[in-house]
Design a protein around this ligand. Structure first.
Ligand SMILES: Nc1ncnc2c1ncn2[C@@H]1O[C@H](COP(=O)(O)OP(=O)(O)O)[C@@H](O)[C@H]1O
Ligand SMILES: [Mg+2]
Length: 242
């Protein structure tokens, strides 16, 4: 069976600099959630950027639904169904909630379809429906987070790549954000997550992937990683010693 996403022996880096991601392979099936954990600077964000087409791999290939993504631009990759939520998951703070949702749906040519997607996104995050005319930047942090995920949902991707969703959030919003991610995953969208908060990330995922120095260290079912004390001590360090 071909995977939905197949990253094969990808090496990537910036400009004339050194390789940051080394010969990295990983696959993701439909509706699967995998969480990549690893120390700062391991190359996790770089890997997601390579999948999203923001950074061209130096070697290796990335296949999506059996199609090779090499040479495709980021916007083409998004249209194929891969949505990237970068670390700085910006919304447009000066636009209204409705405008934010419409901006995302612009990539859909069929207007009736775009409208129905927006409606479905609002159905998923009802508070946004009550605030369609509000300037997005004036909503609470929690509401802005909902808008981030509603926007992603609007383009109805097959995969969402999410970089550090909990970074910089208040503890109450961290819980809320992971429940949004679960909600998105249970709608059938596959998720490739990068997360510093290893416990929360693994609890949200089917598989845990450890990355260090640009390489894959291991991949295992997330509950195995959470339950195995030696794995915790060896690979997850302080993050899991609570
Ligand atoms: N835009 C960039 N230009 C040059 N080097 C970068 C850039 N972004 C990240 N790096 C370097 O790549 C390495 C890995 O970074 P990153 O992929 O962000 O790691 P992680 O997300 O695992 O913390 C770091 O050494 C970082 O300095
Ligand atoms: Mg990062």
């Amino acid at each position: 069976m071909t995977s939905l996403l197949s990253i094969r022996n990808v090496t990537a880096g910036y400009g004339y600099g050194p390789d940051i991601v080394h010969d990295f392979s990983l696959s993701l099936n439909e509706s699967e959630v995998k969480c990549i954990i690893g120390p700062n600077g391991a190359g996790k964000s770089t890997l997601l950027k390579a999948v999203a087409g923001i950074l061209k791999p130096r070697s290796g290939d990335i296949f999506f639904e059996g199609k090779n993504l090499s040479g495709k631009e980021a916007y083409q990759i998004m249209r194929l169904g891969i949505c990237f939520l970068p670390q700085e998951r910006a919304i447009f703070p000066n636009l209204t909630v409705a405008e934010n949702l419409r901006m995302c749906a612009y990539s859909i040519k069929d207007k009736a379809l775009a409208a129905s997607r927006i409606k479905a996104a609002i159905g998923m995050f009802p508070v946004l429906g009550q605030r369609l005319k509000q300037i997005a930047g004036t909503m609470s942090g929690g509401q802005q987070q909902q808008l981030v995920y509603a926007r992603a949902f609007t383009i109805k991707p097959k995969i969402i790549l999410i970089d550090e969703p909990s970074l910089g959030l208040a503890p109450s919003l961290v819980e809320q954000t992971f429940s949004h991610i679960k909600q998105i995953a249970s709608s059938g969208i596959a998720v490739l997550l990068v997360e510093q908060n290893a416990i929360k990330g693994l609890q949200t995922s089917g598989y845990g992937v450890v990355m260090d120095l640009g390489k894959l260290v291991f991949e295992k079912p997330a509950n195995e990683v959470l339950q195995d004390q030696s794995l915790r001590d060896l690979y997850l360090g302080k993050a899991l010693k609570k």
